[in-house]
Design a protein around this ligand. Sequence first.
Ligand code: TRP
Ligand code: ZN
Length: 866
Amino acid sequence: MADMLSPTAAVPAVIRRADYRVPDWLVPDIALDFDLDPALTRVRATLSVVRNGDHDRPLRLDGDGLIPLEVKVDGQVLEETQWHLEAGALIVALSSETHSVETLVELAPESNSKLMGLYASGGLLCTQCEAEGFRRITFFPDRPDVLSRYSVYMVADKVRFPVLLANGDPIEQGDLADNRHWARWNDPFPKPCYLFALVAGDLACNADSFVTMSGREVQLGIWVKEVDLPRTGHAMKALKDSMAWDERIYGREYDLDVFNIVAVADFNFGAMENKGLNIFNSRYILADPETATDIDYDGVEGVVAHEYFHNWSGNRVTCRDWFQLSLKEGFTVFRDQNFSADMGSHAVKRIEDVRILRAAQFQEDSGPLAHPIRPESYMEISNFYTATIYNKGAEIIRMMALMLGPERFRAGTDLYFDRHDGEAATCEDFVLAMEEGGQIDLMQFRRWYEQAGTPHVRALLSHDPVSQSVELTVEQMVPPTPGQPDKQPMAIPLRTALFDPATAQHHGDELLMLTEPKQSFTFTGFASAPVLSINRGFSAPVIVETNRSQADLAFLSAHDDDPFARYEAMQQLMVNVLIGRIAGHDVDDAPVIEAVRNTLTDPVLDPAFIAEAIRLPSEAYLGDQMKIVDPDAIHAARDALQQKIGAELEALWRDIHAGTKANGFSLSSAAKGTRKLRNAALHYLVASGAEDGPAIAFAQFGEADNMTERQAALATLANGTSAERVAALDIFYNRYSADALTLDKWFQTQAFAFHPDAVEQIEELGRHKDFTLSNPNRVRSLYGAFAGNQWAFHHKSGKGYRLVADCIIALDKLNPQTAARLVPNLGRWKRFDETRGALMRAELQRILAEPGLSKDVTEQAGKSLE
Ligand code: TRP
Ligand code: ZN
């Protein structure tokens, strides 16, 4: 056997999409009986199993770290010779077509530091089963195409666990001797085991209700610790808005009589869509003006919506296997993005979403971990909850929606939901429903599911004054990615308009479809050369290169009527100056400063848009524009331009800052936009070097009646070395150290800061008494944020790499899933100079040499070295 030949380097097995086989046994019903206790929980499971097809293979029930204390078939206890364990799974030979199989196991939730399966968090007991956590609770065919009806019985101490929740509807509850009590819940909808959930704890409820479009009343509950109850109002509003929106936009209504949400402090991801019992990272539930920023409020709204929308896109129609993950995640992200746009500003939401896509997904697509939205293989599925599956997946759905238009897209989704309700479906099923319901041929478009890498599009416009025509020549190139050296041309929808510079008008927005490696489009009736506006609304997730001059971009930054394209022109204008300067050219920055001035003084623009448009591209985005990233040169060039914009427009920044002080807090879009602009003005004012800058920031920090302004002031100060920096950090700590989510901001602000001693500060914060590896939010606030601070993390000494690698190694022993998510930061070594690249590789090798390394980290670090 392979492991015997090389006992130390156990290479995890590769799971392939092509190897899919239908399950050997189905489980139409399961009854679970929990005797809950943090130190020792007993789980008895009774499965009705049915042979699926004509075969004589045994029943195989996945298990991870479980020991069967008892195995019964049809009520008879089996001898230990009648079953065996194979890689953790329980194997039982069965003779008939149907049987009842019963197992008993014991768990220790309080020592479950992986936060997968049944675990303890802040005195609660809760579960996380997606993707493969159910096998840590009981023996079961842990795959999403085995759907069962669940009946759950729980017993627990009534004082410590007065509230007992599970999926579906509450059936009955009662008291027992010794201060114990019980509850029974039934979920009538067959579901895969990754959607199972239970919660036991001392929880208070924000109770409300919602009447569905068919007139059914649903009881809504958001369950939190008593002290947090006042912070649940925004989440409840978001839930009701989401329920109404899914009825209005997709015609989908909620299907159970209760919908519960529980907030927990220790959680590996954002939240989980368990049927009727969503479990959330508390950071996506709790919000009040004193502790939550506007970004936090929007995060709560978006994630509550996301999990709620999964009830149809994920639960009613689930995934056949984990290769189809984007079927539910890409579609659900698309749905939550559009919901948030409808609740606020479409323009600003699109800009924010594209910024996230570029920061997280484009980087993934150009690195060693690049994969298509429907991967071909994996070792550990948890590693595939990526920006590609989620955010690029959403862009693929968005392109289909654009090509179809709203009515035909809705016909496609109706067909998809109706045809696959109650089933485990594939991405291909979704595309087929779009083709049939939407009347479109998506043959070539399917390549978006198959090919990884961000397509590059080169669009060159040429004008012929004689024929008064313009020709747009477009070439596309999909770069090679691991395992995919050669690519086929993609179907790329590009919304395009040609502006007459004299009138600042265009003749309408056209959807150009690229299908060939090189194509040209001719437009007539142009006496003079128009200005090209392309990929408007970011209609395709591609990188566009054009031959537009700085003057063209300045024109678009002032006149494009597509808000995304207008923002994009501004960004490109800035990128050209910065990248040009980094390459040693003497590029004029006057057009940038004028464009910022124009934008600030344009009377029709809304403040939130202005704040987005005047923002300099991030250091990471600038790095993406370079063949070899030079973090120090990027930082210096960006800092200098920021200082110049700050100084040249100082009077404007002062006016805006003084004129945007609100009296009284509101969550209206207008108020949020005003705060965004006010913070941007403060940022530029401090960057200008004005002597009173830190004092103004410190005043805002102290006077703010909301966290959006207070935290922005703190972040601005954290970038410098003023006395106010130290004072503000101390005040913040003393005021908020008792509240974990707010203390996370204290760690995160310092981890994101541009400070000459950033690395030393992170090292010190890692030893701070409030730092802990056992809380994923805290780890992400410090090390996750630091690894995203390009200048600090890529310090040429390599000490930033060492810090993050040390964290990965230590965390892997507790929580491999969260540890593995830090690895990609070290994986982009090909994009850096040789010195940095060698240091990054050395850390990856050091990680891989660690004995007992998890499958999660082994896969990420191993692939990163290839
Ligand atoms: N399905 C969840 C979502 O997108 C993601 C998730 C929550 C998750 N917890 C997890 C994925 C744990 C893997 C492991 O809403
Ligand atoms: Zn999701």
